[in-house]
Design a protein. Structure first.
Length: 256
């Protein structure tokens, strides 16, 4: 009898572990499918997520390889690339109508700011988002027919980013400058929460504003003939930009 009880307990533990693994894999897969399904529908550009891993016990997770493509007509390969990110949420909120995300931290994103000096790629993606969500166009149900969850994001942080500025009206001249830290708080804090599309709009608006402000100086320099050379990573340089201008040639002429 004792052996039977022990075997039953072991079998139950194995079943619980298998169930936890199955739920974990289903949740990770659901997040990835949601990003890659609703992302392109809302932004009208390619959206890919390489990997997501979320612990149901602690609520902590990692994301890797987030890519947001460029709208039609733009030449650079992508608008946003995020190699690594972390997330922390309240596990119990997964069962409620509003998922509470305590923090999201995107580390070292690569932002491409492609412009012809009249419009830019990030602004076009934002316009696509606004158009997709206008007049109730935003999806309210998943493909399985379940209501789309609302969100609360207490802290959204973007650090260590770079902006690759590409000016097509200047023959594709480019520069790389640092992206200022972006810190958003209390998104969807009220009872209603916010939708994933509303969160995407707020984050993209902040990125476009920061990118445009940071790129302004580089664009002014490029229009005057400056050339930007990225620092030598082999020498330990990080986020370094060395600017060489055509004025050097004039300097040598004066010395003759």
């Amino acid at each position: 009898m004792k052996k039977i009880i022990v075997r039953l307990v072991i079998a139950l533990l194995v079943l619980l572990v298998l169930a936890a693994v199955a739920v974990h894999l289903f949740l990770d897969g659901a997040i990835k499918r949601g990003v890659e399904t609703f992302g392109p529908e809302l932004t009208k550009v390619q959206v890919k997520l390489e990997y997501v891993n979320l612990s149901l016990l602690t609520g902590s997770g990692k994301i890797r390889g987030l890519l947001v493509g460029n709208p039609e007509g733009y030449k650079t390969p992508s608008a946003i690339q995020v190699s690594v990110g972390s997330v922390a949420l309240r596990p119990a909120s997964l069962l409620s109508d509003k998922i509470v995300v305590e923090s999201i931290h995107l580390q070292g994103p690569e932002i491409t700011f492609e412009t012809d000096l009249t419009q830019n790629n990030l602004g076009k993606i934002l316009a696509n988002l606004n158009e997709s969500t206008a007049s109730g166009k935003e999806p309210t149900q998943t493909k399985e027919g379940k209501p789309t969850k609302k969100l609360e994001v207490d802290d959204f942080l973007i650090t260590g980013g770079k902006i690759h500025v590409n000016v097509t009206s200047l023959g594709g001249k480019s520069a790389t400058v640092a992206l200022p830290e972006i810190h958003l708080k209390d998104l969807g804090k009220d009872a209603q929460g916010i939708t994933p599309a509303e969160l995407s709009k707020k984050v993209l608006q902040a990125i476009e504003t920061a990118a445009a402000q940071a790129a302004a100086g580089a664009i002014a320099d490029l229009s005057k003939g400056a050339v930007y050379l990225s620092g030598d990573a082999a020498k330990g340089a990080t986020n370094t930009v060395n600017k060489v201008t055509t004025g050097i040639g004039d300097l040598f002429k004066k010395k003759k």
